[in-house]
Design a protein around this ligand. Structure first.
Ligand SMILES: [Zn+2]
Length: 314
């Protein structure tokens, strides 16, 4: 008998025995109508969206993803003062690859899912041989116009670069959007040189804030865009299966994520939180949240954003 799609784990392919613990979510951030179901696999421990949206549905969801189609590639304060930025991020909890990806001028770097190319253009301005890949056509065009090497992602399962092209690849808040984690990990292996480094940042399903906020943990859940939810124990086996060894694993809660979850909690009927201004966004309030958050997290191991540095073994 063939397995039915609704009870097969899309991450490991095993049949999920207990689907009764489903988490049912609506979109709280981009205003999409509907609800989506997440189930934790009792084999691999990964939480997946079941049923997985079709390509057509995903394409539809992403039409509302970004409201602003302007790409601003000007140098920001963070790129002019790297030491100050790093110090500030220790307080804000922001996960910024410029703070920890160890680049140098003789290394080829790929920013996969580079978004508005904030990090990529900064690395480029510092003389790093960096390329990017992005699905949004307007981003690709804006970057190319500025002389940045950003290639269009035509097929989400394929990286538009040659075998063994890169020494470093990083993906910031991208991997959880991809519907074929195993195939994609193999793709990452393909474009990296042996001994190359892979940095992945994803929401952490073991985060203490998931328990605190429940369904209001919108920074992590982000239905229907986040298709999978990982933690260190579930992401490492996928990486190992495809030739990677973890070098360093850590987690951090960006103040902006925490603030978004707080908004979700305070405004339970709001479904376009990403665009909802609130008194919580006042600078002074942000600083207070930062300080309180850093204080609490001195005693916490599992924070909202999980970051992994992995090495491609020969
Ligand atoms: Zn599974």
């Amino acid at each position: 008998m063939t397995k039915k799609a609704w009870n097969v784990c899309p991450a490991c392919g095993n049949e999920i025995i207990d689907g009764t613990q489903a988490i049912v979510l609506s979109d709280r951030r981009k205003g999409l109508a509907g609800c989506w179901q997440l189930i934790e696999c009792n084999f691999c421990g990964i939480i997946s969206m079941i049923p997985m949206p079709t390509d057509e549905q995903l394409a539809n969801y992403y039409t509302v993803y970004s409201k602003d189609e302007m790409v601003d590639l000007s140098q920001k304060i963070g790129s002019r003062h790297p030491k100050l930025r790093k110090l500030f991020h220790r307080l804000s909890g922001d996960v910024d690859p410029r703070d920890f990806v160890q680049v140098s001028k003789n290394l080829r770097v790929l920013d996969y899912g580079c978004g508005h190319a904030t990090y990529l253009s900064d690395f480029h301005n510092r003389g790093i041989a960096i390329s990017g890949a992005e699905i949004a056509e307007y981003v690709v065009q804006a970057c190319q116009k500025k002389g940045l090497d950003v290639q269009k992602v035509e097929d989400v399962n394929q990286i538009p670069f040659a075998n063994g092209e890169f020494d470093i690849v990083y993906l910031m808040q991208v991997f959880e959007h991809l519907r074929n984690p195993n195939e994609f990990m193999q793709e990452l292996n393909r474009v990296l040189k042996t001994g190359g480094m892979l940095y992945i940042a994803v929401p952490n399903k073991k985060s203490i804030w998931r328990k605190v906020f429940g369904t209001n943990w919108v920074s992590g859940w982000f239905a229907p865009f986040h298709l999978f939810h990982y933690d260190r124990n579930t992401l490492v086996p996928i990486a190992r299966r495809h030739g990677f060894e973890p070098i360093k694993v850590w987690s951090s809660t960006p103040e902006s994520w925490f603030r978004l979850n707080l908004k979700a909690f305070l405004f339970p009927d709001e479904n376009s939180l990403d665009w909802k201004p609130s008194w919580l966004d006042m600078r002074l309030v942000q600083y207070v949240i930062m300080v309180v958050l850093r204080g609490i997290e001195l005693f916490v191991r599992e924070r909202d954003c999980l970051v992994m540095k992995l090495e491609k073994r020969g």
